[in-house]
Design a protein around this ligand. Structure first.
Ligand SMILES: NC(=O)c1ccc[n+]([C@@H]2O[C@H](COP(=O)([O-])OP(=O)(O)OC[C@H]3O[C@@H](n4cnc5c(N)ncnc54)[C@H](O)[C@@H]3O)[C@@H](O)[C@H]2O)c1
Length: 264
């Protein structure tokens, strides 16, 4: 895929899907800025990229902080002078019965999963517009979920956040097209990451009658037409496609990456 020399900022780069996206983009030739609240984790991701001969830098970054976004994008402008891609991967998942989800927890879920994406797209827009004016469309990839397309018990706060990311992406695709900035959302099912496995554990601790995390994963796999839960690489491949020139005419789309789980 055509990623060579693209400058791409990935949030949530210390773990799971974000880390794998960094590795995959760098392998494809992109220069990656890997950011995370967990700066040491992001640095570890960069260490792995450099060990494979790729180009990357890590940045400690709180995606809920507007000033932090200005700092990070400003630094990329100074160091690279362009920004071809933004992958908004940072997130958390609240798993809690609706009646037990207090307003502070609900707000935290929206701040980390929704406000962050808004802030990131706004902070990156001008530099991406400048980059696209040099010749090739830029790409924003926002991580939603199949729980941004359908409801889920104990996931009201999370579904609210991921539904918002889904439609924010479409609205921005309409508005940012004039600057040749593409915006798409990715909708994974269960992925084997700390967040994905943690969500299974949380459901069990909130009383869902499943004996173990392994049993929960087995149930998901059984309902999935492709017969397994996703690995971070399955999602990273789709992120890379959406960042690459091969998807040059794709904007405002939602790409479901769930092995068919949600259509079964
Ligand atoms: N794993 C799944 O099953 C699954 C399914 C659908 C969608 N998703 C979405 O994919 C994205 C990545 O999930 P993952 O499974 O890789 O999770 P993960 O927990 O492995 O990684 C999330 C990363 O986000 C970072 N982060 C959290 N809050 C932050 C903040 N305020 N500022 C900066 N970084 C912050 C964490 O430090 C962590 O490194 C999330 O948006 C998640 O909602 C995951």
């Amino acid at each position: 895929m055509q990623l060579k020399d693209k400058v791409i900022l990935v949030t949530g780069a210390a773990s799971g899907i974000g880390r794998q996206a960094c590795l995959t983009l760098a392998k494809g030739g992109a220069r990656v800025f890997a950011t995370d609240l967990n700066g040491a984790g992001a640095a570890e991701t960069v260490g792995r990229i450099e060990a494979e001969g790729g180009q990357a830098a890590s940045v400690a970054h709180d995606v809920t902080d507007p000033q932090d976004w200005q700092r990070v994008v400003g630094d990329i402008d100074r160091l690279a002078g362009r920004l071809d891609g933004l992958v908004n991967c940072a997130g958390l998942m609240v798993v809690r019965p609706f009646q037990d989800t207090d307003f502070a927890l609900y707000r935290r879920q929206q701040t980390v999963n929704v406000d962050s994406v808004w802030l990131g797209c706004q902070a990156a827009r001008a530099l991406m517009a400048k980059t696209a004016a040099l010749g090739k469309a830029c790409s924003i990839v926002n991580l939603s979920s199949i729980l941004g397309q359908k409801g889920g018990s104990m996931h009201a706060a999370y579904c609210t956040s991921k539904g918002a990311v889904r439609l924010m992406s479409k609205a921005l695709a309409v508005e940012l097209g004039r600057w040749q900035i593409r915006v798409n959302s990715v909708h994974p099912g269960l992925v084997e990451t700390p967040l994905g496995i943690g969500s299974m554990q949380d459901m069990i601790s909130h009383g869902v009658p499943i004996p173990s995390v392994e049993a929960a994963v087995g149930m998901v796999a059984q309902r999935t037409p492709l017969g397994r839960m996703a690995q971070p690489q399955d999602v990273a491949n789709v992120i890379a496609f959406l960042c690459a020139d091969e998807s040059a005419y794709v904007t405002g789309s939602e790409l479901t990456v769930d092995g068919g789980y949600s259509i079964n």
